[in-house]
Design a binder for this molecule. Sequence first.
Ligand code: PLP
Length: 392
Amino acid sequence: MAKKNIPLSPKMDFLREELDRLEKQDLSRKLRIIDSCDGPTIKIAQDEYILLCSNDYLGLTQHPKVKEKAKEAIERFGCGSGASRLISGTFSLHDELEKRLAEFKKTEAALVFASGYAANLGVISSLAGKGDVIIVDKLNHASIIDGCRLSEADLRVYPHKNMVFLEKILKQTQNKRLRLIITDGVFSMDGDIAPLPEIVDLAEKYNALVMVDDAHGTGVLGKEGRGTVEYFDLDGHIDIQMGTLSKALGSLGGFIAGSNVLIEYLINKARSFIYSTALAPVQVATALASLEVIQTEPQLQLRLLQNVRYLKEGLQSIGFDTMESPTQIIPVFIGDTAKTMQASKFLYENGIFVPAIRPPTVPKGKSRLRLSLMATHTTVHLDKVLAVFKAL
Ligand SMILES: Cc1ncc(COP(=O)(O)O)c(C=O)c1O
């Protein structure tokens, strides 16, 4: 028997009002349901689309070696972890992954969280508290900002990559117990790279800590794919390195890499680590296998770089503004939200899947399409993308 929908209580009318307001401003968000995915292409209701907005940069979610390890982990450990890490959720795979991540990032130790979001929340809110100062780039990811809010520390924001402003804040806050500078390594919406050498110099000069969120650099930047820190040859100069397993590593979860004392502190203090169920063994095995592929198949990184060059040059020759990104995240700047929505719709109708990025993810007037490339996109895919952009 079909159940009748239960009418919404009038006490909840304010929800509808807010949703109507978002709809009127072209800011309403909807879920698109994907029926199948083979990496660079997806199917939605029988129609095929080129996927141009996935963070699976190296295509590892579909790599045969990675899938094989995932199946083995399910057979050996089951599908879930069953408890938080400090109860009975730590398996030998977690330990192995943490050791491998520490080696990969050239730090003493690492700790895996249920997501990158949880890693940022946990590390920031446990390290800094009332009376401390956290200094962030204006374009840092939302999970960093949420971690700062949770910490109750004073939040100071410098304009994007503005080192003069950062130094001014460091000068003004010299009497504070702790100053923590946090920056994205690769900025998630603009695709540009943080001026890490300058940030490290200032941190050393003013005795501040540095944390890098390398969600989008890990697996991609640097000769060995170790990320933004390797790219700038800054191993040993960053106090806290955050990364995610959910992007180039093709899995799910986040991690913090740093000194032994930092990791021991987080195990004892980071609430998003302590009070959340451990990452499932299958996800841990997937990340481990991906790390191995990154180290043994550098051609994937090269292929991604070739794709970036090809698409960026193509878009620029048609006349699109791809901002200043040198990475696999290519913003196509439009500005106006309604026009960005129309562009996304046109692309979708022509077989290209790229949602519009609008406020509050980016500031008002800075709406854009955010294209993200994969090593597994072929020239045929990219030529089709360019042809549709030309028609747009
Ligand atoms: C810069 C940055 N940090 C953190 C995160 C959160 O990582 P996760 O998706 O693993 O929760 C993201 C994800 O979008 C991100 O772009």
